[in-house]
Design a protein around this ligand. Structure first.
Ligand code: NAP
Length: 249
């Protein structure tokens, strides 16, 4: 399709492209998997909970996925990301996309934040995206195409009390996104950070607010970035819910 100026409008077709989604057992990751399935993508899905992962896989088949492969595992296991990427490519062929979505949050003042919780947030939210990216980059560079989407957070663009470890991990993934953008641009590989505010998932034990973003809203942003026509890079997408005036402090 062309616009009046004669420039190319058609977006990228995701059908037959293979995309790995982490944290696909529930919440935003599940919604992203379903939205990509509706585009006909071939999906590699991972999370720790094998049963919920199988349920997501079944729903993705029903939604139109070209193929679905799953591997249950813990992204804190240093060898897991490379093993997952190798397994996905053996089962489905070369990966085109990666959505680093798995995440955890622990919100407490610094002096009460358990070192184990700091480590968990850094390992799941920041180190795992680095390790998954590290595993896909050689193939993406060799094929001169690909897209890495990091589900960061508005907590990666600002800070708040009780958010030291969570914000640090999300600022780390924002820095990773920026560096990857520069390193991979010469190879026509795109990198995007999606930064939602509050989403209705019960993340970190939170009580979902009726006005919060829906997981499907975040999934739509991921699809928007991934289907952008060649030549367009959505670098950072910041999304906030419209909080009703009476709910604002
Ligand atoms: P969620 O419903 O709690 O889902 C988190 C996902 O991460 C689950 O699929 C979980 O799967 C996976 N996960 C957690 N620890 C893991 C580990 N060690 N190994 C493998 N998988 C692991 O949370 P969500 O709201 O969908 O959050 C998804 C992402 O969005 C996170 O990166 C989060 O920081 C970000 N985010 C969320 C919000 C929000 O308000 N909800 C706002 C901004 C950004 P298993 O438990 O099955 O392993």
């Amino acid at each position: 399709m062309q616009n009046e100026g004669g420039t190319q409008m058609a977006g990228l077709d995701l059908s037959h492209r293979t995309i790995l989604v982490t944290g696909a057992s529930r919440g935003i990751g599940r919604a992203v998997a379903l939205a990509l399935a509706a585009e006909g993508a071939r999906l590699a899905l991972t999370a720790r909970d094998a049963q919920r992962l199988a349920e997501t896989a079944e729903a993705c088949h029903a939604a139109g996925a070209g193929a679905v492969w799953t591997l249950a595992g813990d992204v804190r296991d240093r060898d897991f990301p490379a093993r997952c990427v190798a397994g996905a490519e053996a089962a489905l062929g070369p990966l085109w996309g990666l959505v680093n979505n798995a995440g955890v949050g622990h919100y407490t003042p610094v002096e009460e934040l358990a070192p184990e919780h700091w480590d968990e947030m850094m390992e799941v939210n920041a180190r795992a995206p680095f390790l998954f990216s590290r595993a896909v980059i050689p193939g993406f560079k060799a094929r001169r195409e690909g897209h890495i989407v990091n589900i960061a957070s508005v907590a990666g663009t600002t800070t708040f009390p009780r958010g030291a470890g969570y914000c640090a991990s999300k600022w780390a993934v924002m820095a990773l996104t920026d560096v990857l953008t520069a390193e991979l641009k010469p190879y026509e590989v795109r990198v995007t950070a999606v930064c939602p505010g509050s989403v209705q998932t019960g993340f970190a034990g939170s009580t979902p607010k009726p006005w919060s973003l829906r997981p499907e809203d975040v999934a739509e942003a991921v699809v928007q970035a991934m289907t952008a026509r060649t030549g367009v890079i959505y670098n950072t997408i910041i999304m906030r819910p419209q909080v009703p005036p009476e709910a604002q402090a």
